[in-house]
Design a protein. Structure first.
Length: 145
């Protein structure tokens, strides 16, 4: 084999290896922990439990920390019931060091003639799912090392 052909073969092998390594990093599971207000902690854990690329772990083993807060909950009385709207923020930070990687927001509403507390819970749960949906969509960029 000529020297040029050997070098070309090595270059292709290195490119394939680097491509596979980058692909593996982009598809690896990310270990996260939840630090949240009690009103949305269960909703955050439930939303993260169905994300196949995330593992919810205790704080000491996590790569990322998800800090959830409720920004706004408003109720409006209508002729036929109640309308509740909710807005939450989830800050994604390094578990060690605390550097902020992303700030995610979610909004949602619920309307009905029934129990306002149940509508509030539904609006908060949907707002959390909305915020965490963007985390799943951009996970590779957020979780980069």
């Amino acid at each position: 084999m000529t020297r040029a052909r050997t070098l070309a073969t090595l270059a292709v092998a290195m490119a394939v290896t680097c491509g596979l390594a980058a692909d593996a990093r982009a598809h690896r599971r990310v270990r996260v922990t939840v630090v949240s207000e009690p009103t949305i902690e269960d909703a955050m854990r439930a939303a993260l439990a169905v994300a196949p690329e995330l593992d919810v772990v205790e704080r000491g083993r996590a790569e990322l920390e998800l800090r959830g807060t409720v920004n706004e909950v408003s109720r409006r009385h209508l002729r036929d019931g109640v309308e509740v709207s909710a807005r939450v923020t989830v800050v994604v930070a390094d578990a060690r060091g605390g550097a902020v990687r992303a700030m995610l927001t979610g909004r949602a509403g619920a309307r009905g003639g029934s129990d306002p507390d149940r509508l509030t819970r539904s609006a908060l749960d949907a707002a959390v799912r909305s915020a965490l949906r963007s985390f799943s969509e951009h996970r590779a960029a957020i979780a980069r090392r």
